[in-house]
Structure formats: structure tokens, C-alpha cells
Design a binder for this molecule. Structure first.
Ligand code: ADP
Length: 178
């Protein structure tokens, strides 16, 4: 567990559909109609009420975020965000990934959400290199804490052990561990 200012940062290894927090974040695609990876798992476990809400929303541009309830999942909300597809690592991709994290947090704050869990956005089918993506993710949440700071717990849920180790090694360097 890590502490930055008044916010707790957790790094967890496992399946985000099992995490009980106010909101989990979904690494969705622009249609919001479901897909593979973490998106597929969330819709599969959460049930059809999530897809019904997503259909009404009608899609989401890359870097933005939308919210639904969480169906059968243990959390209360799902924040659906769309990260960029990695092509050549130009600054546009970095900005869009940053915005996906930051806009998810802003939307969470709007809904008075106090605990939120993120998967590693864009690093599966969208092929963003994990180490680069992690640095963007950590920068986005630290900037959010600096500027807003109203969410008390932010978790990163990593599905792969190597990603989990990478996050811990990086955060140990950057943030106070307790
Ligand atoms: P994207 O299209 O944004 O790359 P993916 O779902 O393909 O999204 O992959 C994003 C990350 O989510 C990958 O690191 C993958 O290992 C991870 N992942 C897949 N299933 C789950 C899950 N059930 N819980 C948490 N993370 C998951």
C-alpha cells in the first residue's frame, strides 16, 4: 500500500471483476458494446444491465469516460473509458492515455466516488507497452491528487504478475510505502 498526500494507492494482482470498490474502470472501446479482455470479463460477470445502459449512451470517444451502474459486480459503478490503440508512441497516444485516466477520475469525483480501481488501460489488445503506459497512469493519478484530491483510494489491478511487479517497483521509488 502506498500513500500520496491523503490518498491511498493500492497495487493488486488479480481479476478486477472481483474487486469491491465504489467504481471499477473498464478499458472499453469506442462502441461501448463490449469486447475481449477486461471489457469482456466485466460484461460477462456484470450481466446485461450494463450493456443496456451502454447502448443508450451510444459510444465514447478515445480519452473520454462514461458511467453506468455495475449490475452483478460487487462495485456500485463502472466507469467506461477508451484508451488509445498504440501505433508509434507519439505524443497524441500519450495524451489520450493520460486523459482516459484523468477523465475517469473527474467523472468519479462528480459521482462522489471515494474508491476506484483501474485495470491497465490499452496494454492488452491495444498494445501500449506496459512500462510506458504505467508511467502515464501514475502521472495522471498523481496530477489528479495534486489538483483535486477528493478520492481517498485508487487501486491498480494488474492481471499479469510481471505487470504487478513492475508497478510495485516503480511506485516504491516514487511514493511513500506503508
Ligand atoms: P485494451 O484494449 O485497452 O488494451 P485489454 O482488455 O485487451 O484492453 O487489456 C488491458 C489489460 O487488462 C491487459 O493488461 C490485460 O492483461 C488486463 N486484463 C484482462 N482481463 C482482466 C481482468 N479480468 N481484470 C483485470 N485486468 C484484466
Amino acid at each position: 500500500m502506498y500513500i500520496y498526500k491523503d490518498t491511498t494507492i493500492n497495487v493488486l494482482l488479480g481479476d478486477i471483476t472481483e474487486v469491491k470498490v465504489d467504481a471499477i474502470v473498464n478499458a472499453a472501446n469506442n462502441t461501448l458494446l463490449g469486447g475481449g479482455g477486461v471489457d469482456g470479463a466485466i460484461h460477462r460477470v456484470g450481466g446485461k444491465t450494463i450493456l443496456e445502459q451502454c447502448k443508450k449512451i451510444g459510444g465514447c470517444p478515445t480519452g473520454e469516460a462514461r458511467i453506468t451502474t455495475a449490475g452483478n459486480l460487487p462495485s456500485n459503478y463502472i466507469i467506461h473509458t477508451v484508451g488509445p490503440i498504440y501505433k508509434d508512441g507519439d505524443s497524441r497516444e500519450e495524451r489520450l492515455l493520460y486523459e482516459a485516466y484523468y477523465n475517469s477520475l473527474l467523472l468519479a469525483e462528480e459521482y462522489n466516488i471515494k474508491s476506484i480501481a483501474f485495470p491497465s488501460i490499452s496494454t492488452g489488445a491495444y498494445e501500449y507497452p506496459i512500462e510506458k503506459a504505467m508511467k502515464v497512469a501514475v502521472r495522471a493519478i498523481m496530477d489528479f491528487i495534486d489538483k483535486e484530491g477528493k478520492i481517498s483510494s485508487i487501486s491498480f489491478v494488474l492481471f499479469k504478475e510481471t505487470d504487478f511487479i513492475l508497478y510495485n517497483d516503480y511506485l516504491k521509488e516514487k511514493i511513500l510505502q506503508i
